[in-house]
Write a protein that binds this ligand. Sequence first.
Ligand SMILES: Cc1ncc(COP(=O)(O)O)c(C=O)c1O
Length: 344
Amino acid sequence: MTLYSSGIAPVGTICDLRSDTVTRPCAGMRAAMADAEVGDDCYGEDPTVLRLEAVLAERTDKAAGLFFPTGCMSNLAALMAQCARGEEVIVGRDYHVYADEAASASVLGALSLVPIPVAEDGGLEPAEIRAALKPEDVHYARSRLLCLENTVGGRAVPLARMAAAVRTGREAGLSVHLDGARFFNAVTALGSSEAELAGLADTVSLCLSKGLGAPAGTVLVGPTPVIAEARRLRKLLGGGMRQSGVLAAAGLWALEHQLPRLAEDHARAARLARALIPLGTVRQGTNMVFFTPPVQNRAALAARMAGQGVRISDPGEGAIRLVVHRDVDDAALTAAIAAFESCL
Ligand SMILES: Cc1ncc(COP(=O)(O)O)c(C=O)c1O
């Protein structure tokens, strides 16, 4: 089994800890999707999409929002909307935009990604940003944008840490994009307002299909001219959808019903971490636990756990990322802990 194994969940799966993207829409969310008022969004006529975009723009105190099918496309459009061909994006080496988006900004946007080390708390050090900046010189690409992420591997990066990085970028004239795939986990953990966190960046990708449990969708929020350009880029990238209100309705439902309960996921992740401490090395933040089992137990662990109805990513060499989400209730977590205890 690999991290992205594509098989149907085996019959008898009690608990799937591979990712918070594995959730399936519950009855309430499906009802909201079925009832959604829809229109052709490429004509700007889907009222549910327009409402979702407006709601998230208002909550994050941005001028405009734009609904994308995925977080990858939203991040890519945000970068392309704010950088010209050949310009540079400074980004954390472990951040999704650099590490996990198939170099799309380079392949499709002709942008140069400059990866810098990510600090222990998931943030970027101002000194590293300064070192990556290029002076104005015909020999060099132009440094144009700073790309941040929050949460980072489950860690909610404190606002003050982000603000220091942003200040450094702004002093050099950079725009700032925040990959907020788990933005709502971050604000839940930090106790900050959505506007406070979003206010640090020009543009923010807000995923609905991770902790919020919607089947698809990311809203990019930002200034009106940037979002207008992102709309053109969304079409160029093949992401203009038609009656996408059925998806936007799931997002609106998730904001109302899933967002208020994200703290429960974080509490369950903390419970899982406490239970794993006697069994290996553990780090936990928000809804994620990174667990390193003893070397001798690694090889067959995922298969043995699956045999007990608990799906985890293949440990490989490093830590196993275990992600708690809406479909992991107390009983499922108890079963997962029991499976770890019996397999290790
Ligand atoms: C931090 C982060 N950013 C962006 C994405 C991309 O989202 P999507 O899978 O919707 O393209 C992911 C996906 O898991 C992610 O974890």
